[in-house]
Design a protein around this ligand. Structure first.
Ligand SMILES: *Cc1c(COP(=O)(O)O)cnc(C)c1O
Length: 422
């Protein structure tokens, strides 16, 4: 990452004002192959981990496929998604450092809900900037955060300079993760004893999420199979990295030839159509410059119902892996994602989060391709969360109110013009 003011490469210490110091060190760690999960974090993981690895026999029968489809069920966490895997260590490291407050942003509300629970457990106060469209469309996640005791503010808000600026320029702006990050960062750096926590994109978040793939590796072994394809839906990259990286290390050691597929929404296609640039993680340009596949930090994604996937860029490691063709990416239209979600719900019983539905759609595509080619295929995807608090999105799908969105090349060109090549 680069310091935007000087153009110089950042060191871990440069991130100390922003993130808990241990998170900053993990972010920049290029020497340790393994980083131990602290006992205090394991104690809380025990509430719901290990999560089940499930053979999706019902889905296989519904598709009439000979492929074997497995999913790792991260929806069983108390907050209903994988986000708690990183919220707990981040809250723990903040507490250990003596911080009293954290700030963060949330899109669909999943990260905010997770960090609300984790900070409550470790006795830290939390302020959450929630993207306005989700604040209004998904009021129950706001209620969940408030139940855990967090303060929730719709973003853009009048409480920060970044928020006031954007409201002045675009009074009806419904918010984006980029804007909410700007607000949360601004409050954190201007408040003593307070730092900022991020739920995706960064290396330390991906590191915390690898507990998903490490468990899945053991569980696939118990099932007597090994995946040919590993799939995760993709917002900033944390659940994809979490399920994929532990398997990827065997490819790099020359032991396996597993394929890895990130499933992103057609309306926010940073991995397939984004540019490899140094870009800000937020709208206002408060964060360091991250080398990433990006649609530009000013990109305003369509109001799709997979709120957790509406982010302009991809984490640095995934961006590099994709740029080097060590993994694949697919774009899933919104309607295909809800068709896949409905088929999954009717065949497996679980109602997936609209985000996770992108991974299901990609798994279904893979099963069909294997059948057409007459090949056996073992497919593993991550079910990042359940959709029980997203039923309004399903209602709109059944009412025929949802549509597909794609963006023109010219918009991507315009949004990324002027960014330094990475
Ligand atoms: C946040 C979220 C995502 C997307 O974020 P990543 O960091 O890309 O994993 C996916 N699924 C669910 C359920 C989420 O809450």
């Amino acid at each position: 990452m680069l310091n935007p003011a000087t153009g110089e490469a950042l060191k871990a210490e440069d991130l100390y004002p922003l993130f808990a110091e241990e998170c900053a060190r993990q972010e920049m760690n290029t020497t340790d192959r393994w980083i131990e999960i602290p006992d205090e974090v394991r104690d809380m993981y025990r509430i719901w981990r290990p999560t089940p690895l499930v053979r999706a026999g019902g889905l296989e029968r519904a598709l009439g496929t000979r492929a074997h489809i497995y999913f790792k069920n991260e929806s069983v966490s108390p907050v209903g998604s994988h986000k708690l895997n990183s919220a707990i260590p981040q809250a723990y490291y903040a507490k250990r450092e003596g911080l009293t407050n954290l700030t963060t942003e949330t899109g669909a509300g999943q990260w905010g809900a997770a960090l609300s629970l984790a900070t409550r457990h470790f006795g830290i106060d939390l302020a959450v900037y929630m993207v306005k469209v989700s604040y209004n469309q998904k009021p129950y996640r706001r209620s969940i955060m408030q139940t855990y005791g967090a303060e929730v503010i719709a973003s853009p808000s009048m409480s920060t300079r970044a928020g006031r600026k954007i409201i002045t320029e675009h009074p009806n702006y419904q918010g984006s993760l980029g804007t909410a990050i700007s607000e949360a960062v601004e409050l954190a750096v201007s408040t003593p004893g307070c730092k900022y926590a991020l739920g995706s994109v960064l290396n330390h978040v991906s590191l915390h999420q690898t507990v998903i793939g490490l468990e899945a590796e053991r569980q696939m072994d118990m099932a007597g199979e090994y995946p040919d394809v590993v799939i995760g839906c993709f917002g900033g990259g944390s659940n994809f990295s979490g399920v994929a990286f532990p398997f990827m290390r065997h490819n790099f050691a020359g032991e396996t030839k597993t394929r890895f597929i990130a499933a992103e929404p057609e309306s926010c296609p940073k991995l397939t159509r984004g540019k490899m640039r140094y870009d800000f993680g937020d709208e206002a340009g408060y964060t360091p410059l991250i080398p990433m596949l990006t649609l530009g930090h000013n990109f305003a994604p369509a109001n799709i119902h997979a709120g957790g996937l509406r982010y302009h860029g991809a984490g640095a490691i995934v961006s590099r892996l994709r740029d080097d063709n060590l993994m694949e990416a697919v774009d899933i239209p919104q309607l295909e994602s809800f068709e896949a979600a409905t088929l999954f719900a009717r065949s497996e019983g679980l109602i997936p989060a609209p985000e996770s539905a992108h991974a299901i759609a990609a798994a279904i595509r893979e099963a069909r391709k294997a059948d057409e080619a007459g090949e056996d295929r073992v497919i593993l995807f991550n079910l990042s969360g359940h959709g029980l608090i997203d039923m309004m999105s399903y209602d709109r799908f059944f009412a025929g109110d949802l549509q597909n969105y794609s963006i023109p090349d010219s918009e991507i060109e315009a949004n990324t013009a002027g960014l330094k090549e990475a």
